[in-house]
Design a protein around this ligand. Structure first.
Ligand code: DGL
Length: 262
């Protein structure tokens, strides 16, 4: 048993979609969430920049005595996971697009991964597709606008719709029937995406898989919590704004929100 918290981070509010799934699955754990909004967005940065920033973020979480880190950001996972694992001793779990799931689920044998530009062009994602596509054609769609809307707390309405339409409508014509949400901001606009794409296209996010993986690693390392403690939220940006948007997205009141420099 180990009652220390789990650390979890993203460039902004997107990782809260992962936190939500993990918290529901593991209610006995305590969480320290960091939104690195000063450095947001990660999606347009170089690999080296992403690695340097991620190192600082994980160092901050380690200073909060976390027992495990969840990278709740696909962009960091695909560009910096090896770098982070070689620099830190604690277990690190990384969110990546569910390529295997969409390949297996697709009946038309056409599927797509919807991500930030940095994830779309990463070698890691290309390798993941090579390894798991198994005869399914996988399209990668990079978008640099949708996450900004979510970051501002905008999850429906005309701008969200036109952004989704511009990126995804051609996939319907191409016969795609399964889409992986490969950016943790996107689950917050899943309802809007479903309205546009209709019932013939299924969406898959990584929340459930990460929650189960976290449970497995805690058990394997013999470090699950016996007592639920407080959760803490930090941002390198504006704490008042973060709290306002996070509460809207999570549909709950947040305590313990603090602005920090890392
Ligand atoms: N939420 C992040 C992801 O899953 C991307 C946000 C950003 O570009 O900073 O990739």
């Amino acid at each position: 048993m180990n009652n220390r918290p789990i650390g979890i981070f993203d460039s902004g509010v997107g990782g809260l979609s992962i936190l939500d799934s993990v918290k529901k699955h593991l209610p006995n754990e305590s969480y320290v969430y960091l939104a690195d909004q000063k450095n947001y967005p990660y999606g347009g940065k170089s690999v080296v920049e992403i690695q340097e920033i991620a190192y600082k973020v994980v160092s901050f979480l380690v200073s909060k005595k976390v027992k495990l880190v969840i990278i709740a950001c696909n962009t960091v996972s695909v560009n910096a996971i090896k770098h982070l694992r070689s620099n830190f001793d604690i277990p690190i779990i990384a969110v990546v697009p569910v390529v295997k799931t969409i390949s297996e689920k697709s009946k038309t044998k056409k599927a797509a991964v919807f991500t930030t530009p940095a994830t779309a062009k990463s070698k890691y994602l290309k390798d993941l597709i090579k390894k798991f596509s198994n005869g399914t054609k996988i399209y990668t769609i990079g978008n640099s606008k949708l996450e900004h809307l979510v970051e501002e707390g905008i999850v429906n309405g005309p701008t969200v719709r036109s952004t989704v339409e511009n990126s995804l409508l051609t996939l319907i014509e191409d016969g795609v029937d399964s889409i992986a949400l490969g950016c943790t901001h996107y689950p917050f606009v899943a309802t809007e995406i479903k309205k546009i794409l209709g019932s013939k296209i299924a969406l898959y996010d990584s929340g459930g898989a990460i929650a189960r993986r976290t449970e497995y690693v805690l058990a394997h390392e013999n470090i699950p919590s016996s007592v639920k403690g407080e959760d803490y939220y930090y941002t390198t940006g504006d704490a008042v704004r973060f709290r306002q948007i996070a509460e809207k997205l999570m549909k709950l009141d947040l305590k313990n929100v603090t602005g920090v420099k890392i």
